[in-house]
Design a protein around this ligand. Structure first.
Ligand SMILES: *Cc1c(COP(=O)(O)O)cnc(C)c1O
Length: 487
């Protein structure tokens, strides 16, 4: 018999090419600083370098990997550059990348406990580890009535929280009959846009989301929240969900979770806490003030894929009463029936999120926590906060600039002042700040992004990239000062 033809990559070739890929990644890590942080390609430039149709015949792997260098790299904005200060970090690390590679190598689909028990049980254990690591309330532990689950993003986790709140409020009737349009949810004017999107997806309608006003520090005003809830109740509406943010995206404001929690308790509203980036800071006891009142929350979410050295995607979502979440999302078709599930002795995470299928994402998180240890994680988070605080001090000390919001952790919001250096006119001040940002970003030396606070263009300097050190932040401030003299 002749040997069957195969197009597959053999284990031996995989070993050889795999070594080459790991070498490529290691080289990338050592030269990432040499690239302009923000990609300079024009729209369509990358696509035009790819053939219009797929290859008829397979190509050599060397050729494929070569195109990473030639075609892909120019179109990369380098999130892993230590000079990346834009948006929020999406930092990665060696142990996380290797954990993700092993997850791909195993290729398991962990929708049910029985489809790979380790995929479920490592996740449950690691998420239980994180509760005391972050000083979160014990009710989020899987050993009690709560528990945690890894989701793709904070947006998905918040949507699940909203769905569970909707169902708890309506006695699980809206799941069957649809939403009656009277349910109302609350957030602040600074809340992440994912909550508004969740209202649309949940069928509750974005008009039924109330954006509560904030104080001078951009934190939600609890008395305004209480007032709005009363108004809505008088109007015959049904308040159901509040999202409090610990570390808003624009300015890192921390909503007063304890007071908001009291209001939610009195009126039986679901309290969800979104701490997507800043949650990681609570690894350090000195920053745990941000978690004040979280014990009043029904659910909580943060992203190890932002600031905890775990490459995208890896979101962590906790609930205090898992039965509400599971009853909201559980469906059991015949083809998924199995003994372990029927026994009730296992967790089937497919009931904890929107999609059915799931990757073995806890591997990378497990690797990160074991590689760094709590001590290593604390060390780097502390250092990021220290560098951001130092930067804030330099801004305060330069009369051309002003801080635009309190800088409590790793985000500094600042801008060129109106006045002698720019015209008094608001539009001119905005233009000057915009021009400063563009000059910096076009230089390739660093990358930062903007927001608007009190209607004014504000620059955001967010320290959290895995390899950002003092020399990078010092250089960034030098560059900011230089370019400020040119706008
Ligand atoms: C980044 C961020 C989000 C969105 O995170 P995803 O994981 O991309 O969905 C939500 N809320 C806050 C406060 C954020 O900072």
């Amino acid at each position: 018999m002749s040997e069957q033809k195969s197009f597959h990559m053999s284990p031996e070739e995989f070993r050889r090419q795999g070594h080459a890929v790991v070498d490529w990644i290691a080289d990338y890590q050592s030269r990432v600083e040499s690239f302009p942080v923000l990609s300079r390609v024009q729209p369509g430039e990358i696509r035009s370098q790819l053939p219009a149709a797929a290859p008829e015949r397979g190509e050599g792997f060397e050729q494929i990997l070569g195109d990473m260098e030639r075609v892909v790299l120019p179109g990369i904005t380098h999130w892993q550059s230590p000079n990346f200060y834009a948006y929020f970090p999406a930092n990665a690390s060696g142990p996380a990348i290797l954990g993700d590679l092993l997850s791909a190598g195993l290729g398991v689909q962990g929708m049910l406990w029985s489809t790979s028990p380790a995929c479920t049980e490592v996740e449950t254990r690691v998420l239980d580890w994180l509760v005391p690591m972050l000083g979160l309330p014990e009710k989020f532990l899987s050993t009690g009535s709560g528990g945690g689950v890894i989701q793709d993003t904070a947006s998905s986790a918040s949507l699940c929280a909203l769905l569970a709140a909707r169902e708890r409020t309506t006695g699980f009737a809206s799941n069957r009959k649809g939403c009656d349009g009277r349910l109302v949810a609350y957030c602040s004017t600074q809340t992440h846009s994912s909550i508004e999107k969740a209202m649309k997806i949940a069928g509750m309608g974005s008009d039924n989301l109330r954006h509560i006003e904030v104080d001078e520090n951009f934190a939600m005003r609890p008395e305004a929240l209480a007032r709005q809830i009363e108004l809505d109740m008088k109007a015959g509406l049904v308040p159901c969900f509040v999202c409090a943010t610990v570390g808003t995206t624009s300015s890192n404001a921390v909503d007063p979770v304890r007071e908001i929690g009291r209001i939610c308790r009195e009126r039986k509203l679901w309290l969800h806490v979104d701490s997507a980036m800043s949650g990681t800071a609570a690894l350090c006891p000195e920053f745990r003030f941000i978690n004040d009142g979280v014990e009043l929350a029904d659910s909580y979410t943060f992203n190890p894929h932002k600031w905890m050295f775990t490459n995208f995607d890896c979101n962590v979502f906790y609930v205090a009463e898992r039965k509400h979440l599971i009853e909201t999302l559980s469906i059991l078709p015949e083809y998924l029936r199995n003994q372990a599930t029927e026994s009730g002795a296992v967790i089937d995470y497919r009931d904890w999120h929107i999609q059915l299928g799931r990757r073995f994402r806890s591997l990378k998180l497990w690797f990160v926590i074991r590689h760094y240890g709590i001590e290593g994680l604390q060390h780097h988070i502390r250092e990021h906060v220290r560098l951001a605080q130092e930067f804030a001090g330099w801004v305060r000390g330069d009369s051309r600039f002003e801080l635009a919001a309190p800088a409590q952790l790793n985000l500094v919001c600042f801008r060129l002042r109106a006045g002698e250096h720019t015209n008094q006119d608001q539009a001119n001040q905005d233009r000057a700040n915009q021009a400063l940002m563009e000059r910096l970003n076009n230089s390739g030396d660093l990358y930062l992004t903007h927001t608007k606070l009190d209607g004014k263009v504000t620059l955001r300097f967010c320290v959290g990239q895995t390899n950002t050190q003092a020399r990078h932040v010092e250089r960034a401030w030098e560059r900011i000062q230089e370019e400020a003299g040119r706008v």
